[in-house]
Design a protein around this ligand. Structure first.
Ligand code: NAD
Length: 295
């Protein structure tokens, strides 16, 4: 039997509807959640991401603003802008689109954002909270979205072997931190594999939950997956396809055709994790706004 699809489009829509409801409630209490995205330079892909974040905010009734700065912007100028946003009570979430031009240290920028407005969850303060299981921090949006997908799909995680391929700070490591906690939608035994893992197959083949965040088109093939496993594909890769209208198509890190014959459930690309990232960004921003009422 082919694997059941874990529909990221439907789950993200549900999250966004919840965010819109919470936004309406906060607005009645005099607070309109606000997210400001900062984009330095004119990378077209980053421009598209930032524009879609702004649109998604507006759809949810939130204030979504983008600040676009030239690629020549100095580190000092960006840090001063972050200080201004940190002090602006109408801004609840700050997002600086990465990558940044060479003259700007990404780490300095991440550390300058007030942890209470760090809705990307990259500040070391929030990373620490994530690892210690302190729920009042912010988790990075992509892995948080994967966890919501598992929950919404009714996947039992407790006691399961979760294998994550990829150890980046934005996906692999925080994914492990989320699944390893004791609590709801977690309690997994977690393995992180990476480019220096000796016998990848031995790990992936015993995974009850396999999460691929590698950035290599269709690398996870059917023989790497345990029959009945739940497979989540985080990868977004462009591959040439002369038959496609744009000359390329988007594929994940998982070979969907092969793996969907072995797995019990699978998230597709597109239509999977990608949709969750912005939804979770909105959810984090609404929570940041709510926290200002509680302190
Ligand atoms: P990254 O390049 O920072 O990390 C990739 C990881 O894969 C590394 O840790 C590396 O050790 C590991 N890796 C590489 N080759 C390997 C191999 N042969 N065997 C085992 N491990 C290997 O990438 P990232 O930022 O974590 O992103 C991963 C993928 O997820 C990319 O395709 C990216 O586009 C996608 N992504 C999607 C979203 C989303 O919203 N859906 C968000 C972030 C990233």
């Amino acid at each position: 039997m082919p694997a059941e699809i874990i529909d990221g489009v439907a789950i993200a829509a549900k999250v966004r509807a919840r965010v819109a409801e919470e936004t309406a409630e906060l607005r009645k209490r005099g607070v309109t959640p606000g997210l400001t995205a900062v984009l330095v330079g004119d990378d077209p892909a980053s421009g598209v991401y930032v524009a879609s974040k702004e649109r998604a905010c507006k759809e949810a009734g939130m204030n979504g603003k983008s600040i676009r700065l030239p690629a020549s912007t100095s580190e000092e100028a960006l840090l001063l802008l972050i200080d201004t946003l940190n002090n602006d009570p109408t801004v609840h979430g700050i997002l600086v689109q990465m990558p940044l031009p060479k003259q700007i240290s990404e780490q300095k920028v991440i550390r300058r954002i007030a942890p209470t407005k760090d809705v990307d969850g990259f500040h070391p303060f929030n990373v620490g909270k994530l690892f210690t299981g302190d729920a009042d921090g912010f988790a990075p949006c992509t892995p948080a979205g994967v966890q919501v997908m598992l929950e919404e799909a009714g996947v039992e995680t407790a006691g399961k072997d979760a294998v994550i391929i990829g150890r980046s700070n934005i996906v692999g490591k925080p994914m492990a931190a989320l699944l390893i906690q004791s609590g709801k939608n977690a309690n997994c035994t977690v393995t992180i594999c990476h480019s220096r893992t000796k016998d990848l197959l031995a790990h992936t083949r015993r995974a009850d939950i396999l999460i691929a965040a590698i950035g290599k088109p269709e690398m996870v093939t059917g023989d790497m997956v345990k029959p009945g496993a739940v497979v989540i594909d985080v990868g977004i890769n462009r591959v040439d396809d002369p038959a496609a209208p744009k000359g390329y198509r988007i594929v994940g890190d998982v070979h969907f055709e092969q793996v969907s014959k072995v797995a019990s459930r699978i998230s597709p690309v597109p239509g999977g994790v990608g949709r969750m990232t912005i939804a979770m960004l909105l959810a984090n921003t609404v929570r940041a706004a709510r926290l200002t009422l509680e302190h």
